[in-house]
Write a protein that binds this ligand. Structure first.
Ligand code: NAD
Ligand code: LMR
Length: 330
């Protein structure tokens, strides 16, 4: 059989922590499968270029059969040229004591020009995953600056929160993590996010039937997931990197390969008003994907009073962030 054409993948901030955990997995075939070659297009700012040279040496030294080419650059037009997947990681991580929203003033300005450069240079099938924080609103900024690209091609990453929540539920229930499905993260990738245990399933049963400790589900479970990023910064002195890279792989793979029937993945996507969320916000929803690039927000889930209030709070925060960056939205 003839070899497939390579898929071009852009990673911004490629010399950073997440980049270091991400590139080798993309090149090894973890993203698109064992028969799909890739070209890596790696963007850095000037101070990161020397370290990026070293990363490229290591990529070379892996002799990955699927890695067809590597391009490194500080030029947005080169970085996004012909790309089909743009993973926007490059930005400043928060330090201990900060909330992710505190990064908006320092990071927000990165994403408008990147959105425009994607619109001007990327392949017609381009899709974008924003990882750099605060990722929902950075994604909103990039998307708003690239109106030529359909709004459904833009994703911000809430999958790390989903993975964290699944792991907490599995440990509490004493089951393997693969037993936990249908875990939705609603709203912002921030301390207001709502990890939804009421619609989650454990071995096909409602999670709330398996874990009957409501105080834990509405208390420690929620806060552990909401504050996990801060706990990692506190412990490591640096923000999560390997688990973030893993979640980026999971996010793209879910769109590329499709979600299992009856299940979903957590992604922040453009709101069309589902569940009363204001249109246009980049909002964390349960998303079903068809493996051909199409997706829908899973509708018809119910929320009790507790969940409704949590979703109201995270929605309000995202509306506030949108107001704060009004000058970056054309
Ligand atoms: P890092 O500081 O290790 O690396 C960031 C890299 O980006 C650096 O090499 C830097 O030179 C580069 N960079 C900075 N500005 C750039 C620009 N304008 N264009 C291109 N490159 C640029 O940080 P990290 O740990 O890799 O984290 C990156 C981002 O990801 C942070 O904003 C962090 O908060 C975020 N993050 C998000 C999630 C999530 O779940 N959404 C999880 C973990 C981290
Ligand atoms: C995370 O959730 O680990 C990342 O968003 C990094 C952070 O600042 O918490």
């Amino acid at each position: 059989m003839a070899a497939k054409n390579p898929i071009h993948v852009t990673v911004t901030g490629a010399a950073g922590q997440i980049g270091y955990a991400l590139l080798f997995r993309i090149a090894s075939g973890a993203l698109f499968g064992p028969d799909q070659p890739v070209v890596l297009r790696l963007l850095e700012i000037e101070p990161g270029m020397k370290a990026l040279e070293g990363v490229v040496m290591e990529l070379d030294d892996c002799a990955f059969p699927l890695l067809a080419d590597i391009e490194t650059t500080t030029d947005l037009n080169v970085a996004f040229n012909g790309t089909s997947w743009a993973l926007l990681v490059g930005s400043i991580p928060r330090k201990a004591g900060m909330e992710r929203g505190d990064l908006l003033t320092v990071n927000g300005g990165i994403f408008g020009p990147q959105g425009q450069a994607i619109a001007n240079n990327a392949a017609s099938n381009v899709r974008v995953l924003v990882v750099g924080n605060p990722c929902n609103t950075n994604c909103l900024i990039a998307r708003s600056n690239a109106p030529e690209i359909p709004a459904d091609r833009w994703f911000a990453m809430t999958r790390l929160d989903e993975n964290r929540a699944k792991s907490q539920l599995a440990q509490k229930a004493g089951v393997p993590v693969a037993s936990v499905t249908n875990l939705a993260i609603w709203g912002n990738h921030s301390a207001t996010q709502f990890p939804d245990s009421t619609n989650a399933r454990i071995d096909g049963r409602p999670a709330t039937e398996v874990i009957t400790d409501t105080e834990w589900l509405q208390g420690d479970f929620l806060t552990t997931v909401q504050k996990r990023g801060a706990a990692i910064i506190e412990a490591r002195g640096l923000s999560s990197a390997a688990s973030a890279a893993n979640a980026a792989i999971d996010s793209v793979a879910a769109v590329h390969h499709g979600t299992a029937p009856g299940d979903w993945t957590s992604l922040a996507v453009v709101s069309h008003g589902e569940y009363g969320v204001p249109e246009g916000l980049q909002f964390g929803f349960p998303v079903a994907t068809d493996g051909k690039g199409g997706w829908t927000v899973v509708e018809g889930l119910t929320h009790d009073e507790f969940a409704t209030e949590r979703i109201r709070i995270t929605t309000e925060e995202l509306v506030g962030e949108r107001d704060d960056v009004a000058d970056l939205l054309p």
